[in-house]
Design a protein around this ligand. Structure first.
Ligand code: HEM
Length: 241
């Protein structure tokens, strides 16, 4: 067991499998590129307009547009605003976490020889990711409850909306299960920082190690496949919105 807090990024996944992961990511990326191409084609149907000036203010405007406060302010009630905020904060934090792991694994370590995914940074990272997963999960449950049970007249719910929320909820459950299975195998001294998955990891320790390892491997691939289907589905479905 390592003495300094960290985790193996490709824990329980061999080199051939990690290579396959990069290849499989090509499919949702291709769908995203296809969706963007369709959208650009639609924009081009309009009359030409000069949008090449004022680059800086245009970029700042786009960044401002990505921040949630306008949408939250436009929410019809507090329940909706909290739901939106939880999903936005949870998803964006998890996305930032994924980018940090990617930078560590694909740039910092191989190019610069720097390993920063450890120590205090790693502990705060784990706690932040657990909090983000919790927020996202809660937001998804609140959104499903609003759409399926409260059913306010102002909201039209399509199968698409429900499917996207279910996939997000599934990803959160899989993520925590995956972490709990890993912790049941590694039994890290700092596991408590993963405060959501830690109690589950204690319960899983009663199972034989081999079983936990097989379960971890299976959930890893299911989590990855769900994420790819989710991203591909969003990229393709939202192409014409
Ligand atoms: C929309 C996409 C995704 C969502 C919402 C999501 C959500 C989560 C959540 C909530 C957790 C537990 C909290 C934590 O990270 O500490 C987690 C863990 C994990 N996720 Fe994801 N995930 C997504 C995509 C992915 C992808 C694409 C991969 C693999 C390439 C991945 C691999 C993992 C791994 C390995 C863990 C366990 C980390 C550990 O053992 O500490 N996730 N995910």
């Amino acid at each position: 067991m390592s003495l300094e807090p960290t985790r193996l990024i490709w824990f329980n996944i061999d080199q051939v499998e990690s290579l396959a992961v990069y290849l499989m990511m090509a499919l949702p990326l291709a769908l995203l590129a296809y969706g963007l191409t369709l959208r650009v084609q639609r924009w081009r149907q309009g009359l030409p307009e000069n949008r090449d000036d004022h680059w800086l203010s245009r970029i700042l405007y786009a960044l401002r547009f990505m921040l949630p406060y306008r949408r939250i302010a436009r929410c019809p009630d507090l329940y909706t605003a909290i739901t939106y905020g939880l999903i936005y904060f949870g998803f964006m934090t998890l996305l930032a976490g994924t980018l940090i792991v990617m930078v560590q694994n694909n740039i910092s370590q191989p190019v610069l020889g720097v390993y920063f995914f450890k120590g205090h940074f790693y502990l705060y990272f784990k706690a932040a990711m657990n909090a983000a997963g919790l927020c996202l999960g809660l937001g998804v449950v609140m959104a499903l409850y609003r759409r399926l049970v409260m059913q306010p007249g102002s909201v039209q719910t399509s199968m698409d909306d429900v499917l996207i929320l279910i996939m997000l909820g599934l990803l959160v459950l899989q993520g925590f299960a995956l972490q709990a299975l890993r912790l049941a195998l590694t039994r890290d001294a700092w596991a408590l920082w993963s405060f959501v998955s830690y109690p589950l990891s204690l319960a899983l320790q009663v199972l034989p190690r081999q079983t936990v390892s097989v379960l971890h491997h299976t959930v890893w691939w299911t989590h990855f496949a769900t994420a790819m289907i989710f991203l591909g589905y969003i990229a393709y479905k939202k192409r014409s919105d």
